[in-house]
Design a protein around this ligand. Sequence first.
Ligand SMILES: Nc1ncnc2c1ncn2[C@@H]1O[C@H](COP(=O)(O)OP(=O)(O)OP(=O)(O)O)[C@@H](O)[C@H]1O
Length: 906
Amino acid sequence: MNVRGPILSVGEARTVSTSHGDRELRELRVRPERGAADPVDVTLWGKWAETAEHAEPGMELLITDAEADEFGGETGYATTGDSWVVLEPDFLVDVTGIRSWVQCPRMYYLNKLSGIPLNYPVVKGTIVHEVFGDLLRGMELEASVADRVEEAGLELGLLGYEPEEVADEVRRNAAAIEGWLAQGTLSDEDTWRSEFTLISPTFGLKGRADALRRGTPVELKTGKNTKREPRFHDKIQAACYALMLDERGVDPDIGTLLYTKNTALDRNEESGDLAPAKEFSVGRGLLEFVVRERNALAAMEWRALNEPGERPTVPTGYEADAKCEYCFEQDTCMVVSGRLDQESKAESVGTPVPDAERDYFDRFYVALEEERRETHAEYRKLWEQTPEERAADDRALIDLEPVSQTEIDDARWELRARKPDDAVSKLREGDVALASDGDPVSGHGELGRITGLCGDEVVVETDEPVELRRLDVYPSEISVDRSLTALHDAILKGSDARKDVLFGRREPEFRDAADRPAGVPGSDDPDAPDAYIGNNDAQNEAVELAVDAEDCALIHGPPGTGKTYTIARTIRALVEEGNRVLLSAFTNRAVDNALEALRDQGFEDVLRVGTQTGVRGDMQDVRLVQRGDPNAKAAELRDAPVVAATTAACGSRVLRECEFDVALVDEASQLTEPGTHAAINRADRFVLVGDHEQLPPVVRAENDLRTSLFERLIEAYPDASVMLDRQYRMSQRIQAFASAEFYDGALRPATPEVAGQTLRDLGVDPADLPDGLAGGVDFVDPDGTRDGNRNVREAERVAEVVDAYLAAGVDPDDVGVIAPFRAQVAEIGRRTPVTVDTVDRFQGSSKEVIVVSLVATGDLDGPIFEDHRRMNVALTRARKQLTLVGDADALVSEPFYERMLDWARR
Ligand SMILES: Nc1ncnc2c1ncn2[C@@H]1O[C@H](COP(=O)(O)OP(=O)(O)OP(=O)(O)O)[C@@H](O)[C@H]1O
């Protein structure tokens, strides 16, 4: 049986003599059934007693195959020969993390901070891995090498490599793979597959194996190894995959390491075993060792968050017996310990950063690790929720009917399936998702990209074929990983001038207008134009503030106030003064909108960095295609005066290599502080544009990540900010409530036309509409009942309201419906031809007519009500008519909504 629950206390290590000789043991007291049952004693025998050394009260413990023992009338449990003991099984450790942890725990920690840099071994390693996959999928060697080297054009160019020399080296490495594949090691019964995603609920592990051969793991290493045996930490990596396969009942007895550089070595100069493939046997002892090391790692991570000490616990390097002088991370290690005043086995260099910076680093390090745990909780839902629960949670499309599996050009697969009519989910075209045969954890699952999601059809591209019966949201830690790196870069590598402002040691500074160069608006030059933007003082002031900023400028733009227009003008002004600008935003949509505005203003010299599916169709012509000639590609990126990318992409290894004079970040109020650093680290100065009265950062954990840097700075430095106060979107009647509630009444319509717009301007005669739908703002109470996340009666009423507008002559494209839950979105979507979506998806867009479905009855519960800022977004999307559909009794239960109701019914 399995025993699982929180640890209450940990006993001392003891040695007892048994019929098998002296044995170590350690007793712990735990509350089984995840804390629901009465406390019991559990005994960890033998080597598992080592795991108890890391255990602390509060941690979760799992013992599989435990046996019950009676002692003094009490039932306890003990490990058996088949038991696994797992600490904090909910913490999912990545296999590559275990590998570096075994080498040196501090290296594991440093890898988190410094990310994967752009260097030649990394890029070459990626190419060789890609070629390996291609060869396994039956592609021809030369074609694969040429294709993969070309694909890496940009990265190779940034590193100054020529394609021929790289192709040669990759070819030599690939020879090892080809030779091995051809060597007769393979027979007809050999079953092969490349890249296999594994997640282990029992062992708290996840990772992607390079390949499986007859069910046993194969790992590719692009280095050399002239010993007979694989390197120990390489074995550990393969053993992790073996352990996860074991959990699926495969029981692999060997693992293989393929050292591809061995074939490239000169036999006259090198001695030893030059065979690239090295097998080793995977015994129980090795697997137990892997689990114990994983436990030590998980315990360290637990202590970093849970120990009430001043600073998070991080490894020092003394835990391992690795030699620092051979370590690639030695320099980083010394700098990090010097700057953060950490104990470390390597010497430290440099002086510690001031206390405030260290505290900031620690606070956000912990906050990001908390966020990581929330991400792990998302993974857990893959096995803890039933398929139906996951579908109801919008996290999966289930009951798909496989239609076809087609091999496409570069040995990849296109899977098609039919989905039930009413199925909805968070999944969108372009997302990476987990395609499976119905069971993504213990069945057959493949990571793939959604290339089509339209009507009743789903199309996914994967490396290997799978019967597409279910498609799941696949959580990603990449945002946490990149944020940690951004935090490291900002605090440990950032300039003191920048940090003086971030840490309140100095006010942001601005150039005097008198110092503006000739020709620039506001300069002494009599021939210079009067203003950047002649018809809107606040916008003009915003551009001036941005071009004069020596540190930073903050542009606060309530809904419809011309943020995008001002951003475009600002970028032009910055480029005119000779600056190179990084344009960034939280979403691809905002990046593309800003680019569109820039191009509308006649500025075309832009480069869009992003994936093909992420970038909008009309911006593909300025998208940087990474494939191609290295020199040309690198020049394209280095010479562009304006580079545009999401903040997530700013943390990529390519953009981390780039420098800019100014970073301009839109939607900055939706970014966490580390998320903002990812963009502004790349530039000397920065301009943040946002509205902290609209949606806050999207995070799962409740901590400091919820407040944006934009919000913090605008409160600290009001003089470094401008609020755009005239809006070009809403009628006077619509904007009144938001202006009063969120902007101290300062928001005004930009022109009388904006203020006075009505449905009549769309050619609609109000007499053609039922009573109470043409007042500019109206409220309808359908007397519905909330059922879970939907309200069917209300959905029907919303559809009737929409029909009434359409019947009166409003174009379907001019009407939008906002609902708080995806279930209600689907409920309404079935009944009407117009766009229906959640608030979050509507931020940044607008419609002539908006109908909001509030769903709640009884009490006010749900994401739209949790945060008034969400309601601000919902109420400020409409231009001419806003119709709220909801339950008046529920709304009057809170003063804010009562005021909203009064306004809507006025
Ligand atoms: N100074 C201006 N003169 C004339 N029209 C303007 C001016 N500024 C903005 N506009 C117009 O107002 C509309 C809204 O502007 P924009 O799209 O830039 O707003 P936004 O603040 O980015 O909106 P959102 O709240 O959706 O982010 C656009 O049609 C834009 O062309």
